[in-house]
Design a protein. Structure first.
Length: 311
């Protein structure tokens, strides 16, 4: 039996993935499967750049608003939800367009989950306590010393992933990155065309700042205030870039201009990590978002059975 053909649109934040994803979906009769680890949380809308009502009207979206903010959501749950959505989409004769910047989600969807060792609660508790006492950046520095490859893929504030990577290294004597490289995600359930959106660094930096200001103009501060009043500050959803910085502003700890600047700088660092991740993925075919017509034509040809050259 032939594998389902799907299309993935990946790249750093603010590169224009949603816009081109919707354009592709309209052109080929497709539906979008979001591969964004923060857009799954209900109520976290503006700061995660969820597709607008107009964009959702143009193309049906899946894997958005899946869980409440205090729910635990991980790559395994995403893979199950996305696979179910893709099966439903293709069964109805539509094209599945996976759109998102969470590299691990895309990799796991296309190639399977790495069979890493089981969790060790005692070790995790010690590492979590270290993060609580010394701070997340200090824990991340420990990871840099133990597994620099994994550390390069994990944000300094991401305690959950830092704890997991350190836990694996300490309990097995083998780096998490080595487990992943040994597995190499060999399962291939889909025949996928993976398009990466590449913008010059200066252009992307400008787009990031413009989008941050647009988020604020669109009510981001009000969204943060509302969420702060009803959602625990320890919820994973609040670890999303932008929310942490604006929480400080809402709490009165920093001025708005300082918070906005911190948000922009954090988003640029995040985008750099995303670029690093996707550049390491050999399957990605890189295109500039300005080549919309070319991208749509290539996608249509691929879905009709053609192969695609990387040029």
């Amino acid at each position: 039996m032939s594998r389902p053909r799907i299309v993935c649109v990946v790249g750093p934040t603010a590169s224009g993935k949603t816009e081109i994803g919707v354009a592709i979906a309209e052109a080929v009769g497709g539906e979008i499967v979001s591969a964004d680890s923060r857009q799954v949380y209900r109520g976290f809308d503006i700061g995660t750049a969820k597709p607008s009502a107009a964009e959702r009207a143009r193309a049906r979206h899946h894997c958005v608003d899946l869980v409440e903010p205090d729910d635990t959501f991980d790559v395994a749950r995403f893979r199950a939800a996305a696979a179910a959505a893709i099966a439903d989409i293709t069964r109805r004769g539509r094209a599945a367009i996976v759109v998102g910047g969470t590299g691990l989600y895309v990799r796991a969807l296309l190639g399977g989950l790495c069979p890493a060792p089981p969790r060790v609660p005692a070790v995790r508790a010690v590492l979590a306590q270290l993060a609580h006492v010394d701070g997340a950046p200090a824990l991340h520095r420990r990871l840099v010393a133990v597994d620099p490859t994994a550390a390069a893929r994990i944000a300094p504030h991401d305690v959950v992933r830092s704890v997991r990577a350190l836990e694996v290294a300490l309990t097995t004597g083998r780096r998490l990155s080595e487990w992943q490289d040994a597995h190499r995600f060999r399962e291939t359930p889909y025949d996928a065309l993976v398009i990466g959106l590449a913008r010059p660094a200066a252009e992307l930096a400008g787009r990031i700042e413009a989008r941050a200001r647009a988020m604020v103009a669109g009510g981001f501060l009000e969204e943060v205030r509302t969420l702060r009043a009803r959602v625990s500050l320890d919820t994973p959803a609040f670890r999303a870039v932008g929310y942490r910085e604006m929480l400080d502003c809402v709490a009165g700890d920093v001025d708005f201009d300082v918070a906005l600047d911190a948000m922009v700088r954090a988003t640029r660092r995040f985008a750099k990590r995303q670029r690093t991740w996707f550049r390491a993925e050999s399957a990605v075919v890189w295109r500039h978002p300005g080549d919309d017509a070319r991208i749509v034509a290539e996608v249509a040809a691929f879905l009709d059975g053609a192969s695609l050259q990387k040029h």
